[in-house]
Design a protein around this ligand. Structure first.
Ligand SMILES: [Zn+2]
Length: 397
């Protein structure tokens, strides 16, 4: 108030032009953070233009050209992409407390741990989610053991509906769905029954089910009818047997029908057996692109073919997906799948100020599938800075 009245006093002696300048400085909104001059790409509103983004109180308060006014901190984003914070719906970031801060360095401001744990071991993972710097949520594995190297559903008594429901009830604040891995090596011939049990566990809470497909005993035409609107198929480009493509490389009609009735198809990069370039090439030629991207990330991913979420986004971009759509797959599309992310994946005024600043670099970049196959792209997205709840977070080391 004091400085304002001092300013007012000084007006009296100033010329008209000086008053105008002084007024705008004295009464301009003060921002906590101003992200200046970046290419703002927000698929939630279709905005793709050079803009400033102003942040105060942890929220986006303005997105406009040349925003005037002072800010406690300014980020020069010229030459960079300013996107909503990335949402990774299939990770294993909850396995240890050091996972979430690492993912945050890659632009990931919300993540889901997809079935690392089941009823027996979900409590510590729920604690990691609650203590994470960014929004962390979980899918409970229908197997009480969670993911195991020997295949958690080979002992099928692990698929325990009552225990899974108990785990959801215990952790309603962070558990937002149920996960079932349906590969032959995980569940043998019981894949359909495993999925039925996952649905049974989810039903009283009205939660989605995410299935991991790839080399299952049953074909997709038997699996997909057991999914409801809003359920998710991860690893959509898993190679045969029992892939989304027939022997001639055409998408099965049951797959397009599933998408039509609201089933979400997710990329799920991972490391072993989840995709190869041949599947990506054939499926995208048929026009079948992912609805959402995800990394299947864990704390060791930087040394695998995953590297980071922007690297995974770059793979589909290399195959011709427009950049806006690639960003949508990593932001607003993911937000639409889970009510927990209703206010995320957007730079709209009023939204929590979660922002991923990325750079699209030109060069020669080698991308890996899960079978040591490489493709070379001419562009790659890199994580530059992450803003979480209006604050710039520590950079990647
Ligand atoms: Zn996974």
């Amino acid at each position: 108030m004091t400085s304002t009245s001092m300013c007012r006093r000084r007006f009296l002696d100033a010329s008209a032009a000086a008053v105008l300048v002084h007024t705008s400085r004295a009464f301009a909104a003060t921002y906590d953070l101003l992200i200046k001059g970046g290419r703002v790409m927000d698929p939630s509103s279709g905005l793709d233009a050079t803009r400033d983004v102003a942040i105060a109180g942890g929220k986006i308060v303005a997105v406009d050209a040349n925003i005037a006014g002072d800010a406690a901190e300014t980020i020069d984003a010229r030459g960079k992409i300013v996107a909503p914070g990335l949402i990774d719906i299939h990770t294993h970031a909850g396995r240890s407390a050091d996972g979430p801060p690492l993912a945050l360095q890659d632009g990931v401001t919300a993540w889901i741990d997809a079935g690392s744990a089941g009823a027996d071991n979900i409590d510590p993972i729920a604690a990691v989610a609650r203590g994470a710097p960014q929004l962390g949520r979980l899918l409970v594995n229908i197997a009480r053991t969670g993911v195991t190297p020997e295949g958690e559903l080979n002992n099928f008594s692990n698929a325990n509906v009552d225990l899974a429901r108990g785990a959801i009830a215990r952790h309603r604040d962070v558990v937002i769905g149920v996960k079932a891995r349906l590969s032959n090596v995980v569940v043998g011939t019981n894949d359909l029954e495993a999925l039925r049990r996952a649905q049974e566990a989810a039903a009283p809470f009205n939660l989605p089910v995410m299935i991991h497909i790839g080399q299952s005993y049953s074909p997709m035409r038997a699996i997909l009818p057991l999914l409801k609107r809003g359920d998710i198929v991860t690893h959509l480009y898993a190679p045969p047997p029992n892939a989304i493509l027939d022997d001639q490389g055409r998408i099965y009609p049951e797959v397009t029908a599933a998408r039509r009735r609201g089933i979400v198809f997710d990329f799920g990069n991972g490391v072993v057996d989840h995709f190869n370039w041949d599947m990506v090439e054939k499926a995208t030629k048929e026009g079948f692109w992912p609805d959402t991207f995800s990394t299947d990330w864990n704390v060791r991913s930087r040394t695998t073919g995953v590297v980071d979420f922007p690297n995974v986004m770059s793979k589909l971009f290399m195959f011709g997906m427009p950049l806006m759509q690639a960003i949508a797959c990593a932001t607003v599309n993911a937000a639409r799948v889970f009510p927990a992310f209703d206010d995320r994946g957007t730079l709209n005024v009023g939204a929590p100020a979660d922002v991923a600043i990325l750079e699209l670099r030109e060069g020669s970049f080698e991308f890996l599938d899960n079978y040591k196959g490489t493709r070379t792209g001419r562009q790659r997205l890199f994580p530059i800075a992450t803003v979480l709840a209006g604050k710039r977070t520590p950079p990647r080391t």
